[in-house]
Ligand binder design. Structure first.
Ligand code: TYD
Ligand code: MG
Length: 457
């Protein structure tokens, strides 16, 4: 028999190479290739023509009747919201997030809620001993919930245990990186182990109708550790975000085969676990004093919910020659570089001898493109040391030509700003009607906004 071929699989992207290399040829990551033994194709598969012997499929039109999946409400409204209305039986959901962000806490709370409703729930912890999980549950006041708790890492053991009884309505695996399938070689956490373990667990979920939730770790640069393929295998991917030092957590859908990905869940971490934040609009506003340069409030929109967020910029003049730093927390650094370039090229401002720091208050991460104008205003305000009026909000998208483009849902943003006592808006020329209580200043270009902020006519 032929010797099994050696191959090297990148632990970051799943790319395959036939010899070991320091750098992955697919994703350019260093030191991510790990040897995996590949089984030779079975004699059966090699001998047979794939076009023969298959079962005939019934192909249907796009207009055929739709059966919407039923959903199981977890009883945690913000989680249901991020899931697109609740858990879909037989589906697989991946929840990724930094260590310590609260994934286990959220899931033990959801598991306990469902179990108390009378549903059968299994929680398998591969990370913590059963006692640790029990201790946490007790601390959260959930010690009496009839959750079936197991500490295990062998997928075979888990499936054998579950196979005996009635399948659970919810199966939580915390975390997929600790799981091990004895069908293939390799240590837990490697691409092939994660893939094989997930495959078996997902198959179990599909066959039995159990809703499967996998916890996934996140690497330094924010991707869910292990293979991208894991994201392709599951139906829903949620990312649990926030700064550990801050109280607030955002559950953000990244992919959802059964619903939209625009509604976030907002939680606050307290002594008693994760609480739902039902009206988050003023959550990320800091104590606002008159006259602080570099602070601008941005009315963001998350799905259908407006959120007012403070964006803070600081510039520090440098002695000539040194390379100035650009540091960003809560926003895209590439986008910051772009706004700085547009301010330099189109508005005649110079940041080249200044260090630039940008921070989104409260540990929030902004993804809404309408933040450009608020960021630009914060940068100009910091550079010129001229505060933006504390009763103003700013939004709009900036193009490379320096234009300010209209953004979606201007009206909702203005209404929320008015509700929270803001009186002015710096915004694009078009895109929102009048809103009572808000005086809108429209700017067609960033140049005009800069002139306004600097009091140049
Ligand atoms: P955890 O759910 O273990 O995070 P993950 O599973 O994502 O790694 O959360 C751990 C953190 O949450 C820990 O630093 C303590 C904090 N925490 C609270 O503040 N209040 C609580 O009630 C609980 C259970 C945890
Ligand atoms: Mg955990």
């Amino acid at each position: 028999m032929a010797k099994p071929a050696k191959r090297y699989v990148c632990q970051a992207c799943g790319g395959v190479s036939h010899r070991w290399q320091g750098q992955c040829a697919d994703c350019a990551e260093w030191n991510t290739l790990v040897e995996e033994v590949q089984a030779a194709p079975t004699a059966f598969a090699a001998k047979h023509d794939l076009r023969r012997g298959g079962r005939m499929l019934e192909l249907v039109g796009l207009d055929a009747d739709i059966v919407l999946p039923e959903r199981t409400k977890t009883g945690i409204g913000e989680l249901d919201r991020a899931l697109g209305g609740g858990l879909v039986p037989g589906s697989a959901t991946l929840i990724g997030g930094d260590p310590g962000i609260g994934k286990s806490t959220l899931l033990i709370q959801a598991a306990a809620k469902l179990a108390e409703e009378g549903l059968s729930v299994a929680y398998i912890s591969g990370e913590e001993a059963a006692d640790q999980v029990r201790l946490r549950a007790r601390r959260l006041g959930l010690g009496n919930a009839p959750v079936k708790l197991g500490a295990a890492t062998s997928v075979r053991d888990i499936l054998a245990t579950l196979d005996g009884g009635r399948p659970p309505a919810l199966l939580v695996i915390d975390s997929i990186q600790t799981m091990h399938s004895d069908m293939i070689e390799g240590a837990p956490g490697t691409v092939s182990q994660v893939r094989a373990s997930s495959q078996e667990l997902i198959r179990y979920a599909k066959e039995t109708g159990a809703a499967l939730i996998l916890v996934g770790h996140v690497t330094k640069d924010g991707a869910i550790a292990g293979p991208r393929v894991l994201e392709h295998m599951v139906d829903t991917v949620l990312s649990f975000e926030g700064e550990r030092s801050h109280q607030y957590r955002i559950l953000r859908p990244i992919k959802n085969r059964f619903g939209g990905t625009d509604e976030i869940g907002v939680f606050s971490m307290a002594e008693t676990g994760l609480g739902e934040v039902l009206n988050p609009s003023s959550l990320f506003l800091t104590q606002r004093d008159e006259g602080v340069a570099g602070a601008v409030v941005f009315p963001a929109l998350e799905g259908t919910r407006p959120l007012l967020i403070e964006i803070q910029a600081l510039t520090v003049r440098l002695a000539s020659g040194a390379t100035p730093r650009r540091a960003v927390v809560g926003w895209d650094s590439g986008r910051l570089a772009m706004i700085l370039a547009v301010l330099e090229a189109r508005c005649g401002l110079s940041f080249s001898s200044a260090e630039v720091y940008l921070n989104v208050a409260g540990g929030y991460r902004v993804t809404d493109p309408a933040a450009d104008v608020a960021v630009a205003a914060a940068l100009v305000s910091a550079l010129a040391e001229r505060p933006v009026p504390a009763d103003a909000v700013a939004f709009g998208e900036v193009s490379l030509s320096g234009e300010i483009r209209p953004v979606a849902h201007g009206g909702i943003r203005l209404k929320e700003a008015a509700k929270l006592g803001f009186e002015r808006a710096l915004m694009p020329s078009a895109g929102a009607g009048e809103v009572t209580g808000i005086k809108a200043s429209h700017f067609p270009s960033l140049g005009r906004l800069v002139d306004h902020l600097l009091g140049r006519g």
